[in-house]
Design a protein around this ligand. Sequence first.
Ligand SMILES: Nc1nc2c(c(=O)[nH]1)N[C@H]1C(S)=C(S)[C@@H](COP(=O)(O)O)O[C@H]1N2
Ligand SMILES: [Mo]
Length: 343
Amino acid sequence: MDRRTLLKRAGLASAGLLVGGGAAWRGLDLLGQQALSIAYAGALRQSVDLPGMPPVITPNDRFYKVSKNTFGDPALDGNSWRLRVTGSVANGLELDLNAIKSLPAVQQYQTLECIDNEVGGDLISTAQWTGARLADVLTQAGVNGGAQRVVFRCEDGYSDSIPLEKAMEPTTLLAYEMNGETLPQAHGFPVRVLSPNLYGIKNPKWVTEIQVIDGDYRGFWQQRGWTNDGIIKTMSRIDVPANGSTVANGQQRIGGLAFAGSRGIQSVEVSADGGNTWSTATLAPALSNLTWVLWTADWTAQGPMPVLAVRATDGNGQPQPTQVAPSLPDGVSGIQHVTVRVS
Ligand SMILES: Nc1nc2c(c(=O)[nH]1)N[C@H]1C(S)=C(S)[C@@H](COP(=O)(O)O)O[C@H]1N2
Ligand SMILES: [Mo]
């Protein structure tokens, strides 16, 4: 079974962002969930006021879900759960959830994107995460000289790895909270790894073992032909107007999002003539340099069927790759086109 079939069978590829009603969600969250942290509620207010745009933070129950587990995800017990640190370390460790939570807590806004996300797709979401630095755990274990990679093994038999250098970055986390709530089961309860700038495959859920190794490692998806680097490609998406919708002649707004891992977005451009001419969009402030940015642009709609397009440039000045590529082996590239009818 290929990856897409696997995901489709699990019925998960379609569980993504709410399309439409972004503003309504924002209102609901601000009024309905008093438990939300002030920082979270404040950040949510930075959502863009244009019907059909996603909120800048994705509510937990709207966050995209992907796992290989067709017949159900692990349901771990937070009390008996242990995280073992093994391999090329001076002291092997066995930590419980309290030990992880007693380490200095880091809060960060970060966008996750599946490597199987299509051009214009919805397997991308943003949350405020809370967790411990993986570096703190590795330092406690004492990584041996010569170690090269860190392997994560999970309750569902999933595994993947990242370079030791990446593991030691202060933004690589063992996360146990999502948007101010206990990490939901579907997202890896009790602890998942967050590796900013790397696709979802490198962000393992239900992690039970961290193994430091000297050599290379091929994880679950690498054994099935997928990349072992997993660096997020710069992407951009049009949310408003929807493909195939009808808009009124005259002044309109286009809106969407753009994401470039931890590189940030420098600029977004939109085209209303299928990519012949481009103009600069307005960027909403990003919640952090690890998140997507929301953008809008004014547009004078003229008929009969204009084709809109979007492209982004990352924080290093690198334009989004426009060459059409499939998701296998290292993520799609290409430009999204949206065709509308002008009434
Ligand atoms: N243990 C485990 N972790 C996993 C997976 C999995 O199947 N098992 N899927 C990965 C993939 S492909 C993605 S895109 C992200 C999705 O995270 P989310 O469901 O919290 O959005 O989890 C990753 N971590
Ligand atoms: Mo994924």
